[in-house]
Design a binder for this molecule. Structure first.
Ligand code: ZN
Length: 139
């Protein structure tokens, strides 16, 4: 699967302390009606929830961190799931020793500070659909 896009508007912004990282980014994407984009975030969280997709059981296993962590990198894309813009993002988090943890960004990650860039694209929207082999909704 391969589709061509042209870069369009880019947004840069900052989330507020206490925001839920994924929920607030999703609110922004819905408000701005962003349907195709890439997203990048750096900053820090007060706590985090990340997922790991178990490829044998075909389900996400979640891990929660109740501690301050740096957002070393968080990247993702925006496509359409069930008629609405949807953010799929992965995140790498570092503790004070520099140990890193990573996974699929889930709701439940509380922002300490977060700066983001959303690069939107023009072109055919990417529609997420259920895939039999992975049991995931992919584009
Ligand atoms: Zn993922």
């Amino acid at each position: 699967m391969l589709k061509k896009f042209k870069p369009s508007d880019a947004y840069m912004g900052r989330l507020e302390k206490g925001d839920d990282l994924l929920k607030e980014l999703t609110n922004i994407v819905h408000q701005k009606k962003i349907e195709a984009a890439s997203i990048k975030v750096i900053g820090a969280v007060q706590k985090a929830k990340i997922g790991y997709y178990d490829q044998d059981e075909f389900e996400y296993k979640y891990k929660e961190f109740d501690q301050a962590l740096e957002i070393v990198s968080c990247i993702g894309n925006i496509s359409i799931l069930e008629g609405k813009p949807f953010i799929h993002a992965h995140i790498i988090l570092a503790d004070k020793e520099g140990n890193c943890y990573g996974g699929h960004l889930a709701e439940g990650s509380k922002v300490f500070a977060a700066e983001f860039v959303i690069q939107t694209f023009e072109g055919n929207k990417l529609m997420r659909e259920f895939q039999d082999d992975t049991k995931l909704k992919l584009w």
